[in-house]
Design a protein around this ligand. Sequence first.
Ligand code: SF4
Length: 245
Amino acid sequence: MSTGKPSLDLPFTNAFLDKYSPPQIVKWAAETFGEQLIMTSSFGAESAILIHMAATVFPRIKIVMVDTGYLFPETHNFMAELRKRFDLNIWTYRTQNDPIRYLQDADEEDPSWRKSVEQCCGVNKNEPFDRAMKELAPAAWLRGIRRDQADTRKERQIVEWSKRNNCYAISPLLPWSGRDIGLYMKDLGLPYHPLVAQGYLSIGCNPLSCTRPVQAGEDPRAGRWSGQTKTECGLHVDHTVEPTT
Ligand code: SF4
């Protein structure tokens, strides 16, 4: 880890943060890391919740948003709405590819489908994300993942050391269920992404291969990379927990 960044005893830290509520975890993160704390947001279905928690205790927190070139127009509109409502400090990192040219060069003939989601996510989603983390070099990063979203997230800890990003990854919403999220958002009158009303309960890019609406009773993330083995875009993969600092 670079000098000048706080160093944590992870087992001890997670033991006491397990007793904190998500807003308390966000407050702890802001107090512990100060200006060296950033957050990422996809401006997806329930993104307003973590954005609201973070902006409440750290109004100018840098919010990294990755623009793959294939987002729904509604996502851009939702981001603009939240930016205006909460006066957000959004840092958009865009793919280096022209979205149309990429499809031609990658032999992706059908714009509504990706034959190779790994390749497309690699160069259009993970590359801008890695560039953002390298340029901003945060000491810690708030992210909105929850344990109940995917099997790959069940073992996650509230604070983990990310070797990939050379910083701590903090997940305040990790223990909350979809019901907890819904109640909190209702209490505060926070808005959902506009496509939620059309059955899109987890929202990424707009090719049908990557996001589709779900049916009643389906898992909210069933609409992501539907019918494929992929369950993660890769931004939250490769984070390892160190037993101590
Ligand atoms: S989610 Fe789909 S369109 Fe978006 S970067 Fe990944 S493969 Fe490409």
